[in-house]
Design a binder for this molecule. Structure first.
Ligand SMILES: [Ca+2]
Length: 325
């Protein structure tokens, strides 16, 4: 069985509802005026509001991107090598070595193995080299105006204005994806306010340019939603013949000993580890495709992006970085 997968490149909660405007750019300037008024009412300074909306523009490209998110028919067997090509692994190892001291210091402080910080960085923005070049304010205003998820994007916009008002980033430098995911971690403004940190202590949280702020923000996100650095994310396994797939499910947790008794084995056929770990069984495609035991950190990564494919890509890249360095 193949399945249609919605592109998960953006950590955006997708809400249904809201009435789509015709996305007619004519009405955009007037809509921006209502946003400015609302921002002032919410206590954002006039100076920040004025500067943030200077040159605000309607992005037809953002609307098109949102309406035409690529859907592709694929399985993990074909997807994974594409999402984690060898060059990306090699680059991850290089980046890990280049920033080793900083990564290990941050990994220690927040309780996150550095390979996962590097893997998320690699998956989100190709190690900071592709962060998106949309004005975040304009992109969020466009998406709010477009209307299908107006409340969600308006809330993100007000939070973006708070970030500008606090002086973390110049409005012109606040760049990101068409959906408003920002900087090297691709945080939405709400995630920035909740989890981003000023690791280098220069008074600004800068997830665009400060390597320490980038790594620590990612680590703090994971730590805040329950990361357990004594364990890994999960592992690929093999099922016995006639395995009862009703036992699958991320929330149907059993001990590794129980899975072992049910005939589940390491992918290479060996026995499961004897550590006392609770795991779910995830079958992202079907039981003839790749199958995984999901540990607690799998659930944590799902908080970052609600996609099993995303978790497998991040975990697989982290594993290969660890093997190669
Ligand atoms: Ca900083």
């Amino acid at each position: 069985m193949k399945r249609v997968v919605k592109s998960w490149c953006l950590a955006v909660a997708v809400f249904a509802g809201g009435v789509a405007h015709a996305a007619d750019p004519e009405g955009f300037p007037a809509y921006v005026e209502t946003l400015k008024k609302e921002a002032l009412e919410q206590g954002i300074s006039e100076r920040a509001v004025t500067r943030a909306f200077e040159g605000a523009r309607f992005y037809q490209r953002a609307v098109s991107a949102d309406r035409n998110q690529p859907e592709f028919t694929i399985t993990l067997d074909t997807y994974l090598p594409r999402a984690v090509p060898d060059w990306k692994v090699r680059q991850g190892i290089e980046k890990y070595n280049e920033h080793r001291e900083l990564l290990e210091e941050i990994g220690e402080k927040y309780g996150v193995q550095p390979r996962f910080i590097v893997a998320l960085w690699g998956v989100e923005t190709n190690y900071g080299s592709y962060t998106g070049n949309f004005s975040v304010v304009s992109a969020l205003a466009t998406m709010a105006y477009e209307g299908r998820r107006e409340e969600f994007f308006k809330r993100q916009l007000m939070q973006a204005l708070q970030i500008i008002d606090a002086g973390h980033i110049e409005p012109a430098q606040m760049r990101g994806s068409w959906a408003g995911a920002m900087g090297q971690t691709q945080f939405m403004p709400s995630s920035f306010l909740a989890y981003a940190v000023d690791y280098d202590q220069d008074g600004k949280i800068d997830i665009w340019n400060s390597q320490g702020d980038v790594f620590a923000s990612a680590a703090n996100y994971l730590a805040s939603v329950g990361w357990d650095n004594t364990k890994t994310w999960g592992r690929q396994v093999r099922l016995p013949e006639n395995f009862d797939t009703e036992l699958a499910g991320r929330n149907n947790k059993r001990s590794l000993a129980e899975w072992q008794a049910l005939g589940v084995r390491r992918y290479d056929g060996g026995d499961l580890p004897t550590r006392d770990i609770e795991a779910g069984l995830v079958i992202p495609d079907d039981k003839d495709g790749r199958v995984y035991l999901s540990y607690h950190n799998w659930d944590v990564l799902m908080d970052w992006n609600r996609s099993n494919y995303f978790v497998v890509v991040v975990g697989h890249l982290a594993d290969r970085i660890m093997m190669g360095r």
